[in-house]
Every structure is written in C-alpha cells, then in structure tokens.
Design a protein around this ligand. Sequence first.
Ligand code: FAD
Length: 435
Amino acid sequence: MAIVGGKWSNWSGGVVCKPRAIVRPKDELELAAAVRTGVAPVRTPGTGHSFTPLNATDGTIIDLSAFTGLTGFDHEKQVASFAAATRLWEIGSLIHPLGFALKNMGDIDRQTIAGVVGTGTHGTGPTLGSFSSAVAAFRLLLASGEVIHCSPTENQDVFAAGRCSMGALGVMVDICVHVRPIYKLAEKNFLMPFDELWDKLDHMVGANRHFEFFWFPYADVAVCKTLNESDNPAPEPRSAEYMQKRGEKRAADASLFEWINEVLPYAPFLLRPAHRLFSGGMSAGDRVRWSHEILPSARTTRFNEMEYAVPYEKGPETIREIVREIRKRRINTGFPIEYRSVAEDDVWLSPFYQRKSATIAVHQYHRVDTGKLFDMCEGIFRGVEGRPHWGKRHTRRRAELAQLYPKFEDFRQLRQKLDPDMKFLNPHLKGIFEG
Ligand SMILES: Cc1cc2nc3c(=O)[nH]c(=O)nc-3n(C[C@H](O)[C@H](O)[C@H](O)COP(=O)(O)OP(=O)(O)OC[C@H]3O[C@@H](n4cnc5c(N)ncnc54)[C@H](O)[C@@H]3O)c2cc1C
C-alpha cells in the first residue's frame, strides 16, 4: 500500500482512491473517535495487498499502523493475541522465542493479521484451514464506537461472521489465533509431467503436509512443491529486521522475469519458450527452515490476480479446462496458474465454508489488461460453484453470492444490525451486500 499526495493505492497499483481524510489513531480511544466522527465510507486497510477495491473510499481511511505487537499469550490453550495491524513477518519473531508458530501461512508475509483474517487468506494443505479458521477470539469496534468481545462463547454470531468479514462489520482491534509448537519444514521442488501428476495428485495432496503446483499454461510439466515436517538441522531463525527486508528482496532472476513479461504482449511467439524457461527456473533447490521462514516467499514483480475455491474433487478438471481455453484462445500471459488445497471451516463467508476445496489462482502482469483471462476463468469458475477469494479480482454480486454461501443472508442481517447507517460500506461492499 502507498499513501502519496493524499491518494491511497493498493500493492498492485490497480486500486487508487483519494479519501477526504486519512487518520492515524494512536490508541483505542482515538480509534473510536475516528470511526464515530469519520466521513463515510470509513475503511481500515491493512497493507493493501488485496486486488479488489475493498479499501477504496472518498470518505475516511483509518491507518492502523500504531496497532501492532503481541498483546497476550496463553501457553495452555496455545493461543496468541496480536494487535490487528501486526504484520505476518513480525509474528514469527514474536512467538518463536515462546516456542510457538502459526499453523500455516500463504505465499507471502507482508500482510497484516486483520487483513488476512478479513479475506479468508489461505496457504495449502488438505488438513489446514485459512487464517480465518485459526481465529480463537477477537475484539471488534463497532460503528457506534463500542467494543465487543467475540469468541465461541461471547457474541457467537459475530464470531462466526466476523472472522471473514472484509471490515464490513467493524474494526478488529486485536485477534487471538490458535498456534502450535515450533516446527521445521523441508522443502522439495520438482517438475512432473501432467499425465503422471493427474494419476498421483490425490496421493500427493494427502501424503504431504503442504503440496501445491504451478502450471505455466504453455508448458507441459507441472512445477511441484512439497513441504513436510523435518527434524533435520536448520539455520537459527532470523531477526524481525531481517524478515522485514527479506520479503522485499528481489530474486536474482526477477529482472529477467519482468523483462519477458514486458515483451510478451508484443511477442506471442515467445510464449512457449518463455513458459518452458520459467518452469525450469522455478524448480531448483531443496532446504530445511523454521516454518515462518520457509512458508512465505518474496513477491516483488507486480501483478493482478483472480482466485476461486472450487469443490476439492472438481479441481483437476477445472484447471485443465482453464488451460485448454487459454491455449485455444491464445491468451497471452507470463504467469503460472497456482493450484492448492484447503480444509473446510465453519466461518460464514469463508470460501471454505463446509467445503474442502481446491483453489485455483490466475495472474496477469500489472501492466497487462486482465479482461480476457479473468473473464474467461470466471465463467469456468461459475460453472463449478466456485467461491471467489474476497481479496482477489471477481465480479460477483449479492444475488449470486447468496446462492454460494448458505449463511449469506444471516451475514447481511447481522451487518445491518451492527452498522445500520452503512458507515463501513464502500461501493464495492454495497455491491456485495446490498446490490
Ligand atoms: C503478492 C501477493 C501474494 C498473496 N498471496 C496470497 C496467498 O498465498 N493466499 C491468499 O489467500 N491470499 C494471498 N494474497 C491476498 C492477500 O493475502 C489478501 O488480499 C489480504 O487480505 C491482504 O492483507 P492486507 O493486510 O494487505 O489487507 P488489505 O488488503 O489492506 O485489506 C483486506 C481487508 O481486510 C480488512 N481489514 C484490514 N484491517 C482490518 C481491521 N483491523 N478490522 C477490520 N477489517 C480490517 C480491510 O477492510 C479489507 O476489507 C496475496 C496478495 C498479494 C499481493
């Protein structure tokens, strides 16, 4: 996220807005005042890594960057509490010394804990749920300025809805997360021909703690990655300062990747060789590291992304259909399709609500128009009851979403009760909940 000259923009640069006010409360009292008196829509971005205009407003942006750090720890229950804007890269250094770690993470560690919870952000692993599903309790500041505690035993409905609510119910002040004892992971990267992958996919997903694959759609091999717990030695964990910088560090081959992505739209004949080159380049190196250091990677090349969660058993055919269509329509893209699996949960608007899922993500370089690729994919996802990632591009609105989420109407009613004046709803969220 960047705030320059009074304008707010997200990570990819695809969402820009000019709010009337940007407010930086220092504590909970100032936050309550900022919410009560702020001109609507009042939005509280994390680090702006969402590709959808969740944070766009011409009203008030509340910058929560003062709300960071560990606010509590329960060894017996294995629950850690964090101020809402704590960045994921900070968490490892905060709880590793206590002997604990997050159960899972996604591709990067740049986001805030409230941001990843707010959109149902996930990693991969058939027994591992999203960040939303790992929440044990939270405190929510409502439009009225009142703060409520939400847990399985207090304000149960708000707990069920609020763990994935895109800032539409209120401002999360702090969040308690289920953690587990520290662990090391061994990473393996390898290429696999697709005939072999389809035969082995279920086994690969089930037999590894984490399995995912990437498919450059004009290449004929999958770039596979597994991570499994290991007792082998790993380097000592790095400092928080190191982890902060590591996530922004450009890989040695990033410039070549970006250069090819700049050129590809004008040189479609390079698609096949480029995709073969990229597949080979992604498959190098095996290593063992502490979980918080090896689960996330640096992503420095800007792109836009669409990702859907589809019923687990429909995953393989869905990704094959996407690649068939990309090839048939000669769609130009320099990015791979990412395939992961996620456990079901009980969070009302989680894409994984009561459904074990495969997630399929498509990307376009930030300077390339996403229309052709994303529209085609969304049509395919629609046909398999796909549920969109709330933080990634989609065009779904209330009527369709109500069919996909059994608890959608309950969420809407709760939202109306907690924020009847629609203080937190910007046009994007109005389309989702009121359109
Ligand atoms: C390079 C990159 C890699 C990514 N990798 C993955 C991945 O592996 N898996 C995955 O699932 N997603 C992934 N994402 C998506 C990303 O994790 C989500 O979009 C996430 O929500 C971003 O967190 P953020 O802190 O940037 O929040 P923002 O994008 O700034 O905000 C997200 C939502 O959270 C709400 N919010 C933030 N703080 C609060 C608060 N205190 N109270 C209430 N609401 C709040 C905002 O209102 C907004 O609706 C990736 C994105 C990028 C750019």
